[in-house]
Every structure is written in structure tokens, then in C-alpha cells.
Design a protein around this ligand. Structure first.
Ligand code: CP
Length: 300
């Protein structure tokens, strides 16, 4: 039987996410009570990082150990996905020595090719297009704090990047709304807008309009992976898209501020907001660990 992968958020159904969020709650509770739970004893996760990481690496590695298994870290010196050994060959070899593979790579096409030739589940740990594990953690953080996400509104302020794309997919699967506001020229790509513009997604020229009444205000660094050479131009173009206290004031009074981190205070978010009462960024980061443990248990 072909393995199940998590390469994009919409690889899973709403029912599967309901199950995964319930498992997350159970696994997190057990962890907080210091009760060992080792369903992945003797199982191995291989992690391939073509780009640096703090949260993704720590949460997958710690999570696999906590579930009783082990994790092996490969960086660009140890692994050449598409830059030496063919991706298909790497997938054949690695998936015969492990039980699950997590990949962070600059190209979604590479992870899709790897998965097509893998004998074990493959998880997307961030590509140029998607970051599904991050959005799982963000939505779980909302559920823990406020309840169901269905019918709620997420305001995405800033660059229409891989994290924004994943929110758009998640809105379709879990039936909530996304308001996106970007500077001119940085809007959601037209083909993606057509794909997800089916009642769950709206673009706004003015970030204050996007934030009005929103339940979650979220943003990310202005220079995403692959765009580092444009950094100075982006800082100028995005100057009016900082999430600040005025923006939080027009949101729902119970709104949460989220950021996948790392953050740049004084650029995409003011210190007052990220360190203020609406912010749940540390819970979001911690929940990467708990949702991914549920994901690993489910896939393996
Ligand atoms: N949010 C996130 O993926 O963080 P890292 O880049 O540190 O893994």
C-alpha cells in the first residue's frame, strides 16, 4: 500500500484534522503529566534540512524521542536532494532505512518527487510553497484558547508567502475565512487566488480593513526563503504593513496575534504587539511539538 504523506495542508480531510487535534490534546496532556508514551519505540525519523531551522528541527527531534523513537538529522552537506544524487534514488535509499522522513527544501516539486518514490510517509517541514505543520500548530493553538475555528476570520498581513498559502488551503479544508493584505505587487499569485478564492478568501488593499473584526491577526518576516536578495526593497515596500497596536484595536476584542517565528520586532510586528496580551507566539511554537507528535503517531 502506498504510504500517506503530509506535503500540503489539504492532503488531510477535515475529519482527519479533527482526529489529529484530539490526539494532540491527549498527547500533550500526557506529556505535561510526565507520563511516558512510546508508541514509536524502535522507529526512526530522518530529517533533511536544506535550510536552517530552530523550531522545526527541535520539535521533530524532541517529539520523536518522546514517542520512544529516534531522529537522524541530515543537512546540505550530508544530503543532496536534486543537486547530486537524483531525488528518486535518495528516496529509495532513505525510505528503506527509516519509518518516516521530514524534508525542508526550497522547492515543493522536490518533496513531491521524493514522496512519489518513498516507501514511508514524507512530511513537509517547509518549502517555498507551503508550511503545513506550522498551520496545524497555529490552528491547534486557536482551538485550545478559543474553541472551533470554523467560521472564524484570520487576517494575514504582509507577504503572500508559503505560510499565507497554507492558511488559504486550511481555510478551505476547515471552513474559515482568510483576509489577506499585502503591498501592491506582493499579492497572492493569481492562479492561487483563483484556486482558493471560493468563498473563504478575500484580498484587501488596506491592512486595517483586513484586520477589522478578525479573530486572528498573523504575519511573518517580510523576506521569506528564496527572496533574501530583495531584503532592502521589501523593507521599504512593507513599511505600512507592520502589525501594531492600532491594528490590534480594530480586530475582534478577543483576537489572538500569531507569528510562526523567528520575528523581527519593528518590522512586520511591533514589540508592543508580539510581547503584549493578544500574543500567543510562545504557545504556537510549543504546539509545533505536540501537533507533530500526533502527526508522527498517525502516519507511522
Ligand atoms: N516557524 C518555523 O518553521 O521555525 P524554524 O524556521 O525555526 O523551523
Amino acid at each position: 500500500m502506498a504510504p500517506k504523506h503530509f506535503l500540503q495542508f489539504n492532503d488531510f480531510s477535515r475529519e482527519e484534522f479533527d482526529y489529529l487535534f484530539e490526539r494532540t490534546r491527549w498527547i500533550k496532556d500526557k506529556f505535561k503529566r510526565y507520563q511516558p508514551y512510546h508508541p514509536l519505540f524502535d522507529r526512526t525519523l530522518v530529517m533533511i534540512f536544506e535550510k536552517a531551522s530552530t523550531r522545526t528541527r527541535l520539535s521533530f527531534e524532541a517529539g520523536m524521542f518522546q514517542l520512544g523513537g529516534s531522529a537522524i538529522y541530515l543537512n546540505t552537506r550530508d544530503s543532496q536532494l536534486g543537486r547530486g544524487e537524483p531525488v528518486e534514488d535518495a528516496a529509495q535509499v532513505m525510505s528503506r532505512m527509516s519509518d518516516v522522513v521530514m524534508i525542508r527544501t526550497f522547492e515543493q516539486a522536490i518533496i513531491e518527487r521524493f514522496a512519489a518514490h518513498s516507501r514511508v510517509p514524507v512530511i513537509n517541514g517547509l518549502t517555498n510553497e507551503y508550511h503545513p505543520c506550522q498551520i496545524m500548530a497555529d490552528i491547534y493553538t486557536w482551538i485550545e484558547r478559543r474553541g472551533p475555528i470554523q467560521g472564524k476570520t484570520v487576517a494575514w498581513i504582509g507577504d503572500s508567502n508559503n505560510v499565507c498559502n497554507t492558511w488559504l488551503q486550511a481555510a478551505e479544508v476547515l471552513d474559515f475565512n482568510v483576509h489577506v493584505s499585502t503591498p501592491p505587487g506582493y499579492e497572492v499569485e493569481p492562479e492561487r487566488a483563483n484556486l482558493y478564492g471560493t468563498g473563504h478568501f478575500e484580498q484587501f488593499a488596506d491592512p486595517m480593513d483586513a484586520a477589522k473584526g478578525a479573530d486572528i491577526i498573523t504575519t511573518d518576516v517580510w523576506t521569506s526563503m528564496g527572496f533574501e536578495a530583495e531584503n532592502d526593497a521589501r523593507i521599504k515596500a512593507f513599511a505600512d504593513w507592520e502589525v501594531d497596536a492600532d491594528m490590534m484595536r480594530v480586530a475582534h476584542p478577543e483576537a489572538l496575534f500569531m507569528h510562526c517565528l523567528p520575528a523581527h520586532r519593528g518590522e512586520e510586528v511591533s514589540a508592543e504587539v508580539i510581547d503584549g496580551p493578544h500574543s500567543v507566539v510562545w504557545e504556537e511554537a510549543e504546539n509545533r511539538l505536540h501537533v507533530q507528535k500526533a502527526l508522527l503517531e498517525y502516519l507511522v
